[in-house]
Design a protein around this ligand. Sequence first.
Ligand code: AMP
Ligand code: MG
Length: 333
Amino acid sequence: MKNWQDTRVDFALKAVQGAACLASDIQNEMVSEAITKDDRSPVTVADFAAQAVVGYMLENSFPGALLVGEEQADLLRSPAEREILERITEFVKRLIPGVSPEEVCDHIDRGVDNPGKNYWTLDPIDGTKGFLRGAQYACALAYVEDGVVQLGVLGCPNIKSDLKQEKGGEGSILIAVKGEGSWISKIRGDLSPDQFRILTVSNISRVEDARLMRSFESGHTNTSQVDAFQDALGDLAEPVKMDSQVKYALLAGGEGEIYLRLLSPDQKDYREKIWDQAAGSIIVEEAGGKVTDLDGKTLDFSRGRTLNENRGVCASNGLLHNEALEALRTVKA
Ligand code: AMP
Ligand code: MG
């Protein structure tokens, strides 16, 4: 891990640790009261607070570097949203003491850049529906050069570093650096290199033993096509349904073998957002797995805010990749 002391690695780990732990505090303190009221405000607060923290830390570490974040503060600046902005600011103050609501908006808007030759991309809360259900979600940050992901970090507050799910557990942080492998540690406390263990994908090569990872939310995929895919491959092991890029973490750690992002029937033109795939995909690849689109093409992160030149995603432990792509060809809608 010769790049371990790299300033980019140092920044990315600390920024994701800060943002994800803050999101976790917000989930613990706000979600249970909101679930009963069908209120989305906890995830709104966590999303903006996490992006503000990363935007602030990036500007301190790499002034002027491009940041393509999922959120922007336009609406928050309106008087009607003042109450929610105050709530966000109270949480952000835990990491940036004395910050004002206006400064919080500016830190969030640090992430309104468009992708360039080199850029960072951030999903402050990936898996917002999981966050609201008290389930899995991730804070995802990646660095891209010439359309290729060089570094990815996932902060996963609800999965332990042995990759077992546990609500209210210690949570984990994963990092991959191009050519340096994928690594995992607990999310809170010391993040020095000796705290991390290396991740490797599973060595399962028999289709009947493969575990398929799929979205919990049916609107994010094509459920009947996933079922047809399973039939085309034959008897698979029990599929794992889960929100967010935590699915990539499980794949990287050998807890699943195939992960598909298919196009939902009513949104055939949907193109994956760069921040939904960048960090997770390098973590799988550096753990020995393979990530392509549904046609077997490499993901191209140089096409703007979406993966415009790719259709969906097929990720695997590598050993089952060709079989997965072949099965996809037979179930193409
Ligand atoms: P997951 O938690 O795996 O269901 O994926 C969550 C991500 O799916 C969100 O971050 C959204 O950006 C993305 N998403 C939203 N709508 C769609 C869609 N129609 N197809 C695929 N992904 C979507
Ligand atoms: Mg997302």
